[in-house]
Write a protein that binds this ligand. Structure first.
Ligand code: NAD
Length: 479
């Protein structure tokens, strides 16, 4: 069976202890590879390699450094189909989605930050009759990047690219559930001859992540994942004053007013509810529909959702692929059971789906719509992160804002209305980091990305990422 090895100092090496973790293809429920778990010895080795590489990497000219990022993008593009197939196999997502979103966006991440680094500027502050302050922005040193399983390469590169572009050396760990495209990325880096130690890709689960976070020589942690892990990381990092950027869970509202264009709203709500099996932190899992449109919305929405094809990720017409793991499948099913216990009525889905043929043993759940729940029950307050949405009616703005803001999370929100003034009012009052009006998941890589409350600390994207991965130093010069 294929072994996924750690990539340290531009080499793939066996670990000291040889501990392995099975990697399962969720659509068929079969182990197809094993990863070697990085333990203390490997993390120390990776950090040493990164420290050694830092003086050279951080002193390269911007153009030289950014050329390396371009070479990485060319390496991914040259193997585009291999990357897309691996992402789909590892995570269960439809291959068409990996081709359309995951891999193109991973390429864009490197291209974007290769450009951003060259345009990044720092401020100067003039003091009349006194002098001038200017701000130096230097790379931090060795930084850690830890990412989740839902958009594996997409989120992994979203961190690595700005970290490298800013001149840092990186210890990066993908999710142990979906490590394969990170392994392919490591192969690309080796093939293009990226300078030794600049990027080290280590594998393993929580314990490996903890070693990275606790390592005294790692000066900053960029993390995307659960609120549970984020809380622990914040605590560990606090004692050594590490910089942290935490992108955590969500329970996002999708708010539909009577004056919205219903056809477009329904069509996009299918995507915002069930794209990637609902396993996107930005999915709108709580749908609020204004009273007059409620029945009409439900009829059209349930009609489209029950027609979505659930099945083999390799089929072109599959819209809903497999849930990422058995553990996650069980978690999502337990929430559907909870919703029923809390009085919810299932309008479609609500159970495991069993496609025929190759995928008959896989982990599939039919897209599920639930109504009749109170806004403050557990189903509507806790993150499910699967193909499950709830629908609730609302009276007016005040009513829906209270319900939308009632959760501990605050990542994103979608609002459907043709009333411009209302759109501004609501956008301002929603407690979250990102609001889409009459659209969903339109991403411009220059914009700040992140959440409030238990959805995280800090912002990624554009200058925010460049600022996170650099340290500011003010210099004053007297006239
Ligand atoms: P997770 O927190 O279990 O794991 C994420 C990563 O952190 C993995 O690489 C894991 O090995 C590692 N990890 C876990 N515990 C750790 C610890 N204590 N210390 C260090 N590393 C640790 O999350 P997941 O189940 O992989 O991903 C799903 C979660 O990610 C959901 O909550 C989802 O909302 C969130 N997410 C958030 C965003 C965002 O941008 N806000 C984007 C995608 C996913």
């Amino acid at each position: 069976m294929e072994k996924i090895l750690n990539y340290i100092n531009n080499e793939f090496a066996e670990t000291v202890h040889g501990k392995l973790l099975d990697i399962v293809e969720p659509a068929v429920n079969k182990t197809y590879a094993q990863l070697q778990v990085a333990e203390k010895e490997e993390i120390d080795k990776a950090v040493f390699a990164a420290q050694t590489a830092f003086p050279l990497w951080s002193s390269l000219s911007l153009e030289e450094r950014c050329n390396w990022l371009w070479k990485i993008t060319e390496g991914i593009e040259a193997e585009f189909e291999t990357f897309a197939a691996a992402e789909s196999k590892d995570s269960g997502k439809p291959l068409s989605l990996a081709r359309r979103i995951d891999i193109p966006r991973s390429v864009s991440n490197f291209k974007f930050f290769a450009g951003a680094a060259q345009h990044f500027a720092s401020e100067s502050h003039y003091m009349p009759d006194a002098g001038i302050n200017y701000t130096l922005r230097k790379p931090i040193g060795v930084v850690g990047c830890i990412s989740p399983w839902n958009l594996p390469l997409y989120l992994f590169t979203w961190k690595i690219a700005p970290a490298l572009a800013a001149g840092n050396c990186v210890i990066a760990k993908p999710s142990e559930v979906t490590p394969y495209t990170a392994f392919l990325l490591a192969k690309v880096c080796q093939k293009i001859g990226l300078p030794k130690g600049v990027l080290n890709i280590v594998h393993g689960g929580i314990e490996t992540g903890r070693l990275i976070v606790a390592h005294p020589k790692i000066k900053a942690i960029s993390f995307t994942g659960s609120t549970r892990a984020g809380r622990e990381i914040a605590q560990t990092a606090a004692s050594s004053f590490k910089k942290v950027s935490l992108e955590l869970g969500g329970k996002n509202p999708n708010i539909i007013f009577d004056d919205a264009d219903l056809e477009e709203t329904v069509k996009t709500s299918v995507l915002s509810s069930f794209n990637n099996q609902g396993q996107i932190c930005l999915c709108g899992s709580r749908i609020f529909v204004q009273e007059k449109s409620y029945e009409k919305f439900i009829n059209q929405f349930v009609g489209l959702v029950s027609a979505l094809k659930v099945g083999d990720p390799n089929s072109d017409d599959t819209r809903i692929g497999a849930i990422v793991s058995k553990e996650h499948l069980e978690k999502v099913l337990s929430y559907i059971k909870l919703a029923e216990e809390e009085g919810g009525k299932i309008l479609t889905g609500g159970k495991q789906a069993q496609p025929e043929g190759r995928c008959k043993e896989g982990y599939f759940i039919a897209p599920t719509i639930i109504e009749g729940l109170s806004y403050n029950c557990r189903t509507n307050q806790e993150e499910i992160f699967g193909p499950v949405v709830t629908i609730m009616p609302f009276k007016d703005e005040e009513d829906v804002l209270m319900m939308a803001n009632s959760v501990e999370y605050g990542l994103s929100a979608t609002v459907w209305t043709n009333d411009l003034k209302r759109a501004h009012r609501i956008a301002e009052k929603l407690e979250c980091g990102i609001v889409w009006i009459n659209s969903w998941m339109m991403r411009d890589l220059r914009t700040p990305f992140g959440g409030v409350k238990s959805s995280g600390v800090g912002r990624e994207g554009g200058w925010e990422a460049m600022r996170f991965f650099t340290e500011a130093k003010n210099v004053f010069i007297k006239y």
